[in-house]
Design a protein around this ligand. Structure first.
Ligand code: SER
Length: 315
């Protein structure tokens, strides 16, 4: 049975990944590293937890040693728009947490999952059906740290035999924990507004297409890549994965099938718009499909229905 440490277990992905991992591997085999509140109800009772500042390598090593960890999910991150406002912080967290996890993994023989992102692409990348192997010249701090993360993770795999694996996540839509400071966050916020019956002010122009994915698929991606038969992997860091591509108009139309009164107005955020414009419209994820069987379960309509159902319950 795997012994897992999640660094950053209270964020948008971590807060749901920990529940899923504990249901698969047993609650005592997943240690939730936490640093930033808020802590979900029952967080400290549902299995082992440890305070971990991802920038403190000794703290990570200590927990890995104490719990005999063999797999690290490194989820500490500052999302794209926040990182542009505070590049030093974006750099320190993006690079620092990764290097710490890799060094601890090397010493204690752990596998490491670190998400990359559609942010690892830039203006000179082909925008449609963006290939797995292509130009990666991002112009955001977030993107630069993601490209560095991909390269250094492959380096640790080849040079030191650390089992590093990763996916390039698109925008992730979820209903448990809000994302914060991302360019794709609008696609989560619109659902909260729609369910509350409030007008949504969209920060991105109509026609801004980006890849997106519903959280259950994002969790499957993280778990399945770490479970994949390594002899089948031609790539490691990092795989294109996607589930859907839409612009704000398509998303609003999908929600209006169930909440016809949704009102949306545009008030463009120049920073977010320029970041979104530098990212792909849609990814080609055929390598993930063929090398480890990636196959998302949620398209736009199925996700919309489930988001509305879940948020109606929650709000
Ligand atoms: N969701 C992230 C962001 O918008 C991209 O990976 O920053």
């Amino acid at each position: 049975m795997k012994k897992i440490l999640i660094v950053g277990s209270t964020g948008q992905i971590g807060s749901e990944l920990n529940i899923r991992l504990r249901s698969i591997y047993g609650e005592n085999n997943v240690v939730c590293g936490y640093y930033t509140p808020p802590f979900p109800p029952g967080f400290f009772e549902s299995g082992p937890t440890a305070e971990i500042n991802a920038l403190n390598v000794e703290q990570i090593a200590q927990v890995v040693k104490e719990y005999n960890i063999d797999t690290i999910y490194n989820l500490a991150a500052i999302l794209s728009a926040t990182a542009e406002k505070n590049p030093k912080l974006g750099w320190d967290v993006g690079v620092g947490s990764l290097m710490n996890c890799l060094d601890v993994a090397r010493e204690y023989k752990c596998a490491v999952f670190t998400p990359s992102s559609i942010g690892a692409f830039g203006l000179s990348t082909p925008k449609d059906k963006t290939p797995q192997d292509t130009v990666q010249r991002p112009n955001t701090v977030y993107g630069i740290t993601k490209v560095l993360g991909e390269l250094v993770s492959d380096y640790y795999a080849e040079r030191y035999g650390v089992d590093t694996r990763s996916v390039r996540y698109p925008g992730i839509i979820s209903n448990m924990t809000l994302p914060g400071g991302g360019t794709t966050d609008y696609a989560v916020e619109i659902f909260y507004k729609a369910v509350k019956g409030e007008k949504f002010i969209c920060p991105l122009k109509p026609g801004t297409f980006m890849d997106m994915m519903y959280m259950p698929d994002a969790l499957d991606a993280a778990i399945n890549i770490m479970e994949a038969d390594s002899s089948r992997l031609i790539h490691r860091n990092s795989f294109n994965v996607t589930a859907m591509s839409f612009d704000p108009e398509m998303l609003a139309a999908s929600i209006r099938n169930y909440i016809p009164e949704l009102e949306m107005e545009y008030e463009i955020d120049p920073l977010k718009q320029s970041i979104a414009d530098s990212w792909p419209n849609s990814l080609d994820d055929s390598c993930a499909r063929s090398e480890w069987g990636w196959s998302p379960g949620y398209d736009l309509d199925k996700m919309t229905q489930d988001m509305i159902r879940a948020l109606k319950q929650k709000l």
